[in-house]
Design a protein around this ligand. Structure first.
Ligand SMILES: [Mn+2]
Length: 330
């Protein structure tokens, strides 16, 4: 193990890493903000970004400046087990890409974080937990949410997961369904594998239990932008350096840390400073490189014509969490 001097203190070079996944440029921007937030809170762990083959070169460049490792994952080129499983379930392409994190066997332990999460304090203590540790999903608390989880890379586990996925598919069409079916004793076997909700605080909590959110929300260590509308779905005002009408905390991180890197990487080439129309944004967690059908819960949007219903997973969730975030993050 390598030993380095950091700020005059003796630190062990980590064989542990935070891992994220970006299969398109839009999620790559989320990954930049996530990586930067981990750096800002002085993580001692390595940062690894798995990216799909469609992520543009300048985005890769920026990711490389923030992350220790950027690995292109092309499931079509990967091993036999992956290929065979994918042939059986072409709809699970993005899920297979995420499962690829188990092959990072150069690390002894990892924490996976979705590219739509943001770290609000140092969370290195998560590495004291064992596989598979995760926080409950607010929609069905006997399931864990797969936006943040602790795992142990292993080719054996990877193969088992792929085979399981090929044979059983996913009950929700994504990685969360597969992982909950595979690690099916999470809810009952070992309470130490239940991460506190503050490690994966989703906007939906504001609606489902507002008094608890008011009581505990300020302790949040990780926020997860679960909804269809992501922070990067909003338009960015280059002149003023702010995301129009949106969260100051996100503005600062994105405008000060990520935009200058993008400007450098793109050089003279014009680029979209980050923000896409939400209509163009993907509906399932990450659509490319495989066209997968949208998840059921997204189809709710618009189906409630007539009476105005709260769009828990969409606009309402984001608008509200950022308002709360701003009040807590001062
Ligand atoms: Mn997510």
């Amino acid at each position: 193990m390598l030993v380095t001097l950091v700020d005059g203190c003796l630190c062990l070079q980590s064989d542990q890493a935070f891992v994220t996944l970006a299969t398109n440029d839009s999620y790559a921007k989320g990954a930049m903000v996530l990586g930067q937030s981990l750096r800002n809170h002085n993580t001692t762990k390595k940062l690894v970004a798995l990216i799909g083959p469609h992520v543009a070169e300048p985005c890769r460049e920026v990711l490389s400046s923030i992350y220790d490792e950027v690995c292109v994952v092309d499931v079509m080129d990967s091993g036999d087990a992956a290929h065979l499983s994918l042939m059986k379930r072409p709809d699970l392409g993005v899920t297979f890409t995420k499962l690829h994190c188990w092959t990072l066997t150069q690390y002894s332990k990892c924490v996976f974080m979705d590219a739509d999460t943001l770290v609000l304090s140092n969370i290195d203590e998560l590495f004291e937990r064992e596989e598979l540790s995760a926080a409950p999903d607010p929609g069905w608390p006997d399931c864990f949410n797969s936006g943040v989880f602790v795992f142990k890379p292993s080719n054996e586990t990877h193969e088992k997961l792929l085979t399981f996925c090929g044979e059983n598919g996913s009950f929700d069409g994504g990685d969360q369904g597969v992982l909950n079916s595979f690690f099916n004793t999470w809810a009952t076997a070992d309470i130490s594998k239940h991460l506190p909700f503050i490690y994966n605080l989703s906007s939906i909590a504001i609606y489902s239990y507002l008094p608890a959110f008011k009581q505990y929300g300020r302790n949040a260590k990780v926020v997860h932008f679960l909804g269809k509308v992501k922070p990067w779905s909003h338009s960015y005002d280059t002149q003023r350096g702010v995301v129009k009408g949106h969260s100051q905390s996100l503005n600062c991180l994105y405008a000060q840390s990520v935009v200058p890197l993008l400007q450098q990487a793109y050089g003279e080439t014009p680029f979209n400073s980050g923000f896409f129309d939400s209509s163009e944004d993907d509906v399932s967690e990450q659509a490319a490189p495989f066209a997968s059908p949208p998840r059921k819960f997204h189809q709710r949007k618009g189906s409630s014509a007539g009476s105005r219903q709260i769009d828990y997973m969409g606009d309402d969730s984001f608008a509200n969490i950022e308002r709360k975030l701003d009040s807590f993050l001062k």
